[in-house]
Design a protein around this ligand. Structure first.
Ligand SMILES: [Zn+2]
Ligand SMILES: [Zn+2]
Length: 257
């Protein structure tokens, strides 16, 4: 089973998982990169599309792809997307050619946002987390509360450390610049920043990233760490517990340039 990131728009990735004969894509905001890939791989049939949330940069290609391929669409039960889809909720399972997917509800960025986790045979697991978890960051809170997002990220962070985190945007370098402002003495973060800088210099994706790396470098998974909580409190003295600290960290990032 192969995993590919198809770039779309300015900074989206449409993740594509395929065997010799079948492919699935995640969050096709644009049909063109997917159709171009299919044309280069005529023996591979696109037969499943996964959707994490309703935003147009994740759903804009659905109508064209379903019309051209007839692929089945699996997406959030609690949101509206532009084609007929099988609605999934927390704990729902489905099978794609022997690969078992788990669904997690991860509200915060949007209220019905879901994520998909699966472990291909003899490979590290994959997590398709849309706009919930980014490398070095997390999604903006458009619909949910800080408490919801913190709980969603806690549950993602509890997945196996070797999980390959497949985020929907290449936001890594700007996220890591903020992370270094929060935690300047974090050596894992410093070396990850250097590595990602080199990748971007060669126009390569910084993703997927191992979940264990995110636990070591992402301030939004580390808001209970002493150094992170203390840095947040210097910005906002009212950040006194887990949720107010997380909320103040997210607010700090919103204003960071
Ligand atoms: Zn979004
Ligand atoms: Zn997005």
């Amino acid at each position: 089973m192969k995993l590919i990131a198809l770039p779309a728009f300015a900074d989206n990735y449409i993740w594509l998982l395929h065997t010799d004969r079948h492919a699935l894509v995640v969050d096709p905001g644009d049909s063109a990169p997917v159709l171009a890939w299919m044309q280069e791989h005529p023996g591979v049939e696109l037969d499943a599309i996964l959707v994490t949330h309703h935003h147009a940069d994740h759903t804009g290609g659905l109508v064209a792809l379903v019309a051209q391929t007839g692929a089945r669409v699996l997406g959030p039960a609690l949101e509206k997307i532009p084609v007929a889809w099988q609605g999934l909720q927390q704990g729902d399972h489905f099978d794609w050619h022997g690969l078992a997917f788990d669904t997690l509800e991860v509200p915060g960025h949007t209220l019905g946002h879901i994520a998909f986790w699966a472990q291909p045979a003899e490979q590290d697991p994959v997590l398709f987390c849309g706009d919930t978890l980014f490398s070095g960051g997390c999604g903006r809170l458009f619909e949910g509360t800080p408490a919801q997002m913190l709980d969603s990220l806690d549950r993602l962070a509890a997945l196996p450390g070797n999980t390959r985190v497949c985020c929907a945007h290449e936001y890594t370098l700007s996220n890591l610049r903020f992370a270094l402002t929060v935690e300047p003495d974090n050596t894992a973060l410093q070396s990850h920043y250097l590595r990602c800088t080199r990748l971007r210099e060669h126009d390569l994706p910084t993703l997927p990233v191992a979940l264990q790396t995110e636990r070591a470098i992402n301030p939004f998974l580390r808001s209970r760490e002493t150094a992170v909580a203390a840095a947040v409190r210097r910005q906002d003295p009212l950040a006194v517990d887990d949720v107010t600290t997380f909320a103040a960290l997210r607010q700090w990032k919103n204003l960071f340039r």
